[in-house]
Design a binder for this molecule. Structure first.
Ligand code: FAD
Length: 496
């Protein structure tokens, strides 16, 4: 294992495989040979269209031109997710990428907001968030100003298959070797038990020093060959099925994802420039496939372009994401339902983590242990954030929602909810990709009302605080006049 790494083999060419190939080559240049093996006959999972803002860092580092990227991937702007019917049917709230309010003093904004509300403020927390105001108005523009009051963060909706193809062009141009064919067997070194080579169906044998398993749900290297155990979280997130269907594009493109809760599970609606992505996520223990099909097809806003495609999954993760000389990235390393659009981000952070710890002179136990500890925490914090949406509900229309409410949730999440409920405070783990503003919006949106807030906000007069709140509300409205409708933006900016 302490052998210098001269060649990396990436097994699989979905979004994970090509993101890994492109970034590893960009950073490691010609010091390391990279070969990617994929099979067109097997194909890719072919879903996954919504992202979160750190994807911009990946694209910028890869040197992608944003306009070209939007054109190549049929991309649109994502400012938020609108959660409909999640607390109770008929109600909705947004989880935006923005930050409500402004820095007013020692405490986070929500404490000042709660104090102002106790003294008659009528506005909602979201009225203080530019992302929300723009999303509701269907508007967007890139606003470059140093004033943090105008902070607006965004991500994208895009066709992930096209994104993979786009990155493939870049990766191959910079020297990544692509090999087409089916991996028949993964050969192990009889002494170390590490992967020695990929035995192809056509007889070729592909050797390497470090193997990145991007073979999707099959997890050919990590689970199937090395036998790394799968830690199932289906007791916390029982959804195990999805039906995905593309539909015709709308005349006006929303700058946000819709997540619509149903009697069992939920439905996504993602606007792209050539079509919409739709799908339903559900648990087959509570809803039959036929009922899920009917729910999805009866809740489409435009004409379906194909028959729905079924995907089965089990929520959880491989108990190690790096074992011997194999690193699992993408669906081969675990699955979390796409409620908060985190899978592509997990691919990105897995590759970045591998690069940070790249075992130039050979793989050591210390590197493997650090990689696994960080990956575990990252997966768990996302899992907890997703569980929050389900657990804190007041729906009473099915056993599914009642069972989710009665779950025994992980203690870290229980503490987070209790702290917010008692004191209006949020403390985040370093590995948590969701910032305080994200937890705040979902906890408030799901109906948790803090009983108290920080005493420091009571220092000034309530009248002065209410006046400051009015000023912030007005300031947040100002940039809207510089924005275009989302479609006009895409047309003028990217020529779509
Ligand atoms: C219903 C659903 C909705 C989703 N929505 C989102 C979303 O909105 N946002 C988000 O971030 N993520 C989402 N995801 C996750 C996202 O689709 C994946 O994270 C992403 O596509 C990466 O997949 P992958 O590359 O790991 O696997 P795959 O796309 O399955 O690629 C696997 C690769 O391995 C190759 N392969 C496998 N076996 C062999 C073999 N024997 N020989 C040769 N090659 C082989 C295949 O040919 C393919 O190239 C969603 C997932 C599902 C299931």
């Amino acid at each position: 294992m302490h052998k210098p790494i001269k060649k990396v083999v990436i097994a699989g060419g979905g979004t994970a495989g090509w993101m890994a190939a492109a970034l590893l080559k960009k950073v490691l240049t010609d010091q390391i040979d990279i070969e990617l093996v994929e099979s067109e006959e097997i194909g890719i999972v072919g879903v996954g269209e919504a992202t979160i803002p750190p994807i911009q860092i990946f694209n910028q580092y890869m040197g992608l031109d944003e306009k070209e990227f939007l054109r190549e991937t049929h991309g649109t702007i994502k400012l938020a997710i609108k959660f409909e019917n999640w607390r109770v049917p008929g109600e909705s709230y947004y989880h935006t990428f923005g930050a409500p309010g402004a820095q007013l003093g020692f405490c986070p904004f929500q404490h000042y907001y709660l104090h102002a509300k106790a003294h008659g403020l009528k506005a909602s927390m979201w009225d203080f968030d530019l992302n929300y105001l723009a999303a509701e108005a269907g508007k967007f523009n890139i606003i470059k100003t140093p004033n943090p009051v105008y902070e607006m963060q965004y991500a994208y909706h895009f066709d992930s298959a096209l994104y993979g193809r786009y990155l493939r062009k870049l990766a191959e141009k910079s020297g990544v070797i692509r090999t087409e064919g089916i991996i028949d067997e993964v050969l192990l070194d009889p002494i170390s038990g590490a992967v020695h080579a990929l035995q192809m169906k056509d007889g070729r044998r592909i050797t390497g020093d470090l193997f990145v398993d991007c073979t999707g749900i099959r997890s050919l290297l990590m689970r199937k060959t090395l036998g790394v155990a799968y830690e199932s979280w289906s007791h916390l997130l029982p959804a195990n099925s999805a039906l995905a269907v593309p539909t015709e594009r709308f005349a006006s493109t929303l700058p946000y994802t819709r997540s619509i809760a149903h009697r069992v599970g939920w439905q996504w609606r993602i606007p792209l420039t050539h079509r919409n992505g739709n799908g339903i996520v559900y648990s087959s223990d509570y809803l039959s496939d036929d009922e899920a099909y009917d729910t999805l097809m009866n809740n489409l806003d435009s004409k379906p372009l194909a028959e729905p495609r079924k995907i089965k999954f089990e929520t959880g993760r491989t108990s190690q994401q790096w074992h011997k000389n194999v690193v699992a990235i993408g669906l081969s390393s675990g699955f979390l339902e796409p409620l908060e659009s985190t899978s592509i981000h997990l691919i990105q952070s897995g590759i970045v983590r591998l690069l940070k710890m790249f075992p130039n002179q050979g793989i050591s136990d210390a590197v493997v242990a650090s990689y696994n500890a960080e990956s575990k925490l990252e997966f768990e914090t996302i899992r907890d954030f997703i569980v929050l949406h389900y657990h804190v509900n007041e729906r009473d229309d099915s056993d599914f929602w009642r069972d989710m409410r009665n779950l025994t949730i992980p203690s870290r999440l229980a503490e987070k909810i209790a702290l917010f409920r008692e004191h209006g405070s949020i403390f985040n783990d370093a590995q948590d990709i969701f910032r305080d503003a994200s937890w705040l919006q979902v906890m408030l949106g799901q109906g948790i009302e803090p009983k108290d807030y920080h005493p420091a906000v009571k220092v000034g007069s309530p009248q002065a605080l209410l006046a400051a709140m009015q000023q912030i509300l007005q300031a947040k409205q100002q940039p809207l006049s510089q924005m275009l409708s989302h479609d006009e933006f895409l047309k003028r900016y990217a020529g779509i």
